[in-house]
Design a protein around this ligand. Structure first.
Ligand code: 5GP
Length: 179
């Protein structure tokens, strides 16, 4: 297999900038939920690196759980607006303060569909924290309470985000070459 360097157009967000911003988000969340307990929900697989770094900066009692969704009826780089639950949560959301942790909000369809589903489970509160926001691509309005970086309309990979399922393990966010 080709090394990622041949697939990388540029490093968009280097590791130190990512980690600094994640520490800030963790501090902000800790202040906002002072005196409360918190449940973080991570959407697999893209959000997993972000979640595990973020929780290290959260000082209130926190539990986390995972769910996997897939969008269908679209190509690998396009979101269709319909999601299927591949793996559901194990914990109950009832009367809990919940934050949904995502790698990237692009068109917004995925988050909108997941939020609609989670609202039916009666959390005490439900917010969204996304590391990346491709705001110029938005097709549906989604509430983004915590946001790491607003990024341009380019296909990115690394730090949880894949390029054909590989390179999620890179510690930075890179822009993929267009061929
Ligand atoms: P949305 O439903 O907001 O359009 O899409 C969200 C999902 O699309 C993300 O969770 C992610 O899986 C995928 N996605 C959107 N933009 C990118 C990108 O630039 N790179 C990668 N690897 N995935 C992306």
């Amino acid at each position: 297999m080709q090394d990622y360097k041949g697939l990388l157009a540029e490093v968009l967000i280097p590791e130190d900038a990512l980690q600094r911003r994640i520490a800030e988000l963790g501090a902000e969340i800790s202040a906002d939920y002072a005196g409360e307990e918190l449940l973080l929900i991570c959407i697999l697989k893209g959000g997993v690196m972000f979640l595990t770094d973020l929780v290290r900066h959260i000082t209130v009692p926190v539990e986390f759980d995972f769910m996997a969704v897939s969008s269908y009826g679209a190509g690998a780089r396009q979101s269709s607006g319909q999601v299927r639950i591949e793996m559901d949560l194990r914990v109950s959301l009832t009367d809990k303060h919940v934050i949904l942790v995502e790698d990237i909000v692009d068109t917004g369809h995925t988050i909108a569909a997941v939020l609609e589903l989670l609202e039916t489970r009666r959390p005490k509160s439900l917010k969204v924290c996304s590391l990346l926001d491709k705001s110029e691509r938005r097709e549906v309005v989604v509430p983004l309470h915590y946001r790491g970086f607003d990024i341009p309309n380019k296909f990115v990979f690394g730090y949880g985000l894949d390029l054909d399922e590989y390179w999620r393990n890179l510690p930075f966010i890179g822009v993929a070459k267009t061929d």
